[in-house]
Write a protein of this length. Sequence first.
Length: 118
Amino acid sequence: MERVDVARVREAARVLQPVVRYTPVETSRPLQEAVGAAGRFLSLRVDIADRPGSLAALLALVGDLGGNVLDVEHSRVGSSLSLGEVEVALRLETRGAEHCDRIVEALGGAGFRVLERR
């Protein structure tokens, strides 16, 4: 697994700070790109039941598997959704490609339908 030199990314952001004003989203972009280049970034769209506790169960499983949730988008509106379904988009930080595979397999094994993986 390729290591991300977080100190170098932060130093680059610090050096550029006086030159250009960045928003928090823009300053996190280099770190996200470095994590993605190391195979440690996983983006998923998952279909879950539209019932109380379904989102909590999905996120608890991801946490139990060691995935770090960076972003969650929960939507009841979508062309591929049936009545009683919700689409959840997740952006996760992982330990690498094999860890990504384990997370996707475990989600499927737990009954969650993974619609897209990037």
